[in-house]
Design a protein around this ligand. Structure first.
Ligand SMILES: [Cu+2]
Length: 337
């Protein structure tokens, strides 16, 4: 009997049947997500004019919101120097996060934002990161993709004690391998990572010899489930466009911190995939859709050769559009003449 109860409780906690909201003890998470679960086209009566209007309003909201979110493209986190060591500070908090105005979710955040601030250093530099835990539960930080010594790997009870509420823990290592990496919680990680404790950790190569020259460098962090379908913590129409001038070359670093695969599809121009998980590919390849699985990173180059506003979205369409219009993992690439 006790076993059955435990199993039921477990299923409830992992979100089976009752929805993911159970994890946060709140009904808001599921109640406020869009109706993206419909599994087949519905052929019943439809007010097509109202539907078209909703779609158009979403696009208008997106256009009106361009450049209205100064922190959508994360700025590198500031640091202090202790000798040659770059010292960063991350503070973990329980917060309410809005993926769009009026749509707030109980969440966790580094330095008050989801994704957390970008950490950007150069290959070979020594970094120290002070992690202050101001949440109501323990945590730990894993440096995903970075070649750290075992005791800096951030896995509680294997390589370190948990960082309890109120405690500060210090990580220190050399940023050994260049590439697009991530940092995120490695404790109660289903809730903590997908719930917001995630960020980009970019290590630029010490030598620029093998680096592509680019005019813009964008990072797009994908997330799903508890906070809905988001690109850099926001869902369409509150995502921001990527921008390029005709003839420019942009780099996009995709990072997936969610639980699902997201094939990101760019209209109008191909993407050249140059790196996977921070490692440069021996033979870059062209494509128009890049499927990014949980934990993966892909770096791509786009030659902005066609002017216009080009749709750019996850091609699992239930992550991107429904009868009310586009939502979730949708943005655009604007190529200006
Ligand atoms: Cu998707």
């Amino acid at each position: 009997m006790a076993k059955q109860v435990a199993r039921r409780e477990f299923l409830k906690r992992v979100g089976v049947g009752t929805g993911a909201a159970a994890l946060f003890g709140s009904g808001t998470a599921m109640a406020q997500t869009h109706d993206h679960t419909a599994s087949s086209p519905r052929q019943q009566e439809i007010d097509w004019e109202a539907m078209d209007h909703h779609h158009e309003m979403g696009i208008q909201t997106f256009l009106d919101n361009i450049d209205q979110d100064d922190n959508y493209w994360r700025q590198p986190l500031e640091y202090t120097l202790d000798g040659d060591t770059k010292v960063f500070e991350l503070t973990c908090n329980n917060i309410e996060w809005e993926t769009e105005p009026g749509k707030a979710f109980p969440a966790y955040a580094y330095n008050g934002m989801i994704p957390g601030p970008e950490i950007r250093v150069t290959e070979g530099e020594r970094v120290r990161i002070l992690v202050h835990n101001e949440m109501n539960q323990s945590t730990a930080v894993h440096w995903h993709g970075i070649d750290v010594p075992n005791d800096q790997d951030g896995v509680p009870f294997i390589t370190q004690p948990v960082i309890k509420p109120g405690e500060t823990y210090t990580y220190e290592f050399i940023a050994a391998n260049a590439g697009s990496h991530m940092y995120h919680s490695h404790h109660n990680s289903l809730e903590q990572v997908v719930g917001g404790l995630l960020g980009a950790f970019i290590i630029e190569p010490a030598s620029q010899r093998d680096e592509p020259v680019v005019d813009q460098d964008y990072t797009l962090i994908l997330n799903d489930t508890f906070l809905g379908f988001t690109l850099n913590g926001k869902s369409f129409p509150y995502t921001q466009p990527l921008k390029a001038k005709l003839g420019e070359r942009i780099r996009i670093r995709y990072m997936n911190e969610g639980l699902m695969e997201h094939p990101m599809h760019l209209h109008g121009m191909p993407m050249r995939v140059i790196a996977k998980d921070g490692y440069n590919l021996p033979a870059p390849y062209l494509c128009d859709t890049v499927a990014i699985s949980p934990g993966e990173r892909y770096d791509v180059l786009v030659e902005a050769r066609a002017p216009g506003i080009w749709a750019f979205h996850c091609h699992v369409l239930s992550h991107a559009e429904n009868r009310n219009g586009m939502f979730g993992m949708v943005t655009v690439l604007i190529v200006e003449e």
